[in-house]
Design a protein. Structure first.
Length: 308
């Protein structure tokens, strides 16, 4: 793709306005709003035998790699990590595909670099996958911020509707990162949000914090056998305003991107998981639930027992 022909270093900004980040453990990859960090800078390497295949190297000298490790048991997405294989293979090769002013990064096996949103543990994670839900189609789109260029390379053709590059002619060895049009949009939204917040604060009585409707629901995702990491059982939560189990299930599906999850509660008598029934407890009491994936062994046991 012509955008990368001259690029020496880039940043990749996801649909969630966060940057692809190489974590300090030199293995993990995530998303972060701090685009000025060295961890958000990726060196572009071109694969000699191909015109449209690149590698991306982190500030730790390791390559962006499409691994075979699942992000979560039963979920199709695989982890994207940093690695330095002895022999550079197809797992570190990406094919940029233009989609308007943005790009998709495709693995040699047909998956796409995907920036996940929603609730933890999916929030800020990065996987490679093929999105099937319409609400997650934009999660594989990336804005490319060119940070450095190869001076002697031929200039790429202009990109329609893309951010312009503002290079300092007095320093041809490097380029200033161009100013994204998204920044202006984000600034306008921020200013608008601050104004709305100020108006709300003026209208409300002084010293009376806004009342949160609904209930707090703590959750975790069960392993294939139904086991739960007790140390992090209250690590994730959401606020839910409603009493129906179906409505809560849809809420989890929308927030996590998972389909067909089974919302369960643990019996205080024997500790076993049981699917929630029609209604949640009254009076918006705080709850603790467990999400069971439909492809897991415990879900099949529910079916055999007639609990689904």
């Amino acid at each position: 793709m012509e955008l990368f022909q001259r690029a020496k270093a880039v940043r990749l900004r996801s649909h969630h306005d966060k940057y692809l980040q190489a974590e300090e453990d030199e293995e993990s990859v995530s998303q972060d709003r701090n685009g000025s960090s060295k961890n958000a800078k990726w060196i572009v390497e071109h694969v000699p035998e191909y015109d449209n295949i690149i590698r991306l190297k982190s500030c730790y000298g390791k390559y962006l790699t499409a691994s075979n490790q699942p992000l979560l048991l039963g979920v199709t997405g695989r982890k994207v990590v940093q690695s330095l294989p002895r022999r550079l293979d197809s797992s570190v090769e990406w094919e940029p595909l233009r989609d308007g002013a943005q790009v998709k990064l495709k693995t040699r096996y047909g998956n796409f670099l995907r920036a996940n949103g929603g609730l933890p543990p999916w929030r800020n994670s990065v996987t490679h996958d093929i999105p099937h839900r319409s609400s997650t189609q934009d999660w594989i789109l990336w804005d490319v911020d060119v940070l450095e260029i190869h001076v002697h390379a031929p200039p790429p053709p202009p990109l329609p509707h893309s951010d312009s590059l503002d290079f300092d002619s007095s320093t041809p060895s490097a380029a200033n990162s161009f100013k994204s049009t998204n920044f202006s949009r984000q600034q306008e939204e921020t200013d608008k949000g601050m104004l709305q917040h100020k108006n709300k604060s003026t209208d409300s009585s002084v010293g009376s914090p806004p009342k949160m409707e609904g209930r707090t629901i703590y959750y975790n995702v069960a392993e294939d056998t139904g086991e739960v990491d007790d140390e992090n059982v209250q690590g994730y939560s959401l606020n839910f305003n409603g009493n129906g189990v179906q409505q809560l299930t849809r809420k989890f599906e929308e927030e996590t991107g998972l389909e067909g999850v089974i919302v369960c509660t643990r019996s205080p008598l024997n500790g076993k998981l049981y699917p929630l029934r029609l209604q949640l407890p009254p009076n918006n009491v705080t709850m603790q639930v467990v999400l069971v994936l439909p492809s897991s062994k415990v879900a099949k046991e529910f079916e055999e027992q007639g609990l689904l």
